[in-house]
Design a protein around this ligand. Structure first.
Ligand SMILES: Nc1ncnc2c1ncn2[C@@H]1O[C@H](COP(=O)(O)OP(=O)(O)OP(=O)(O)O)[C@@H](O)[C@H]1O
Ligand SMILES: [Mg+2]
Length: 271
């Protein structure tokens, strides 16, 4: 069972208020797609869920317990930008992911365990289409290939909570569709709870069981950083029969986002 709850979470950097009063309960095996204008705090929220940073206010609970203060193996992540080891080849990066996961005390696997681990690495290589590049180093890969390697690495660890920050943004449509299938299969086969930031509404609807949208609800044109974003839409896709209507509502919210609203536009309105 993996349930994640955010209670009154807020975050700020200096006087830049980024998040305020974020409340979210995500149940076991949910796939939570997260939307919001650029700069509204989505990556910040994921970093808090990973314990890479602590919120200024509020708390996060996993299965009712306060979240560990350090990132742990229960939470896997694929960052917005590529995050693989540059001094290791494709295959070495993947072997490292399984070794860390299965033999954290020893760092290396032997015998049958190693054989099984190697099999899952080979499968994953094939799934993400990197078999031919197995001996290449990250600098020799395209951006999309590096991102597929990062995704493969995170999935091999089979975390309880998978945090994905725009993981497919750099991929072409065909590869993206492949990666969707791989992710959906792994998500169904495991008991992972997934949080995925995306700017692609269709992708969110295809993969998510739950859609949340972040935005500011208050806005001071003279001090754009005075208020943080919070969750303004929270829709469970299982319950919403009218997905076209939900899509339209979310699209509307994103296009009118207070977060990136230019100052002049606000001034025009006041006149
Ligand atoms: N470590 C930091 N120090 C200072 N400011 C930060 C830090 N991290 C994020 N910010 C600020 O917090 C705000 C939210 O950033 P964040 O990266 O969470 O946005 P985002 O919603 O992920 O945007 P995007 O869609 O462009 O990735 C921005 O104003 C950013 O400048
Ligand atoms: Mg981001």
């Amino acid at each position: 069972m993996t349930e994640v709850s955010a209670r009154h979470v807020s975050q700020s950097y200096g006087d830049n208020k980024v998040l305020e009063n974020v409340n979210l309960d995500v149940g076991d095996k949910e796939f939570c797609a997260m939307f919001g204008a650029s700069g509204c705090g989505k990556s910040t929220f994921l970093r808090i869920l990973l314990s890479q940073e602590q919120p200024k206010g509020g708390e996060v609970f996993i299965d009712g317990e306060p979240i560990a203060s350090e990132p742990g193996r229960d939470r896997g992540v694929v960052f917005q930008r590529y995050s693989v080891f540059s001094h290791l080849s494709v295959i070495e990066n993947l072997i490292l992911a399984t070794e860390f996961d299965q033999a954290p005390m020893f760092g290396r696997l032997f015998g049958q365990k190693r054989k099984k681990a190697m099999e899952s690495v080979e499968h994953m290589l094939e799934d993400v289409g990197l078999t031919a590049a197995r001996n290449n180093y990250p600098m020799e890969l395209s951006g999309g290939m590096q991102q597929r390697l990062a995704i493969a690495q995170a999935l091999l660890r089979k975390p309880k909570i998978l945090l994905l920050d725009e993981p497919f943004g750099a991929l072409d449509p065909g590869t993206r569709a492949n990666m969707h299938e791989i992710l959906l299969k792994l998500w169904r086969d495991t008991s992972m709870t997934v949080f995925m930031v995306t700017h692609d509404l269709e992708e969110g609807f295809k993969l998510g069981t739950r859609l949340v949208v972040f935005d500011k609800t208050r806005w001071d044109p003279d001090f754009p950083n005075a208020y943080g974003a919070t969750i303004v839409h929270d829709v469970s896709l299982d319950q919403s029969a009218e997905s076209a209507e939900v899509k339209a509502r979310i699209r509307d919210q994103l296009s009118q986002s207070q977060t990136r609203r230019p100052r002049e536009e606000k001034d025009d309105e006041a006149n």
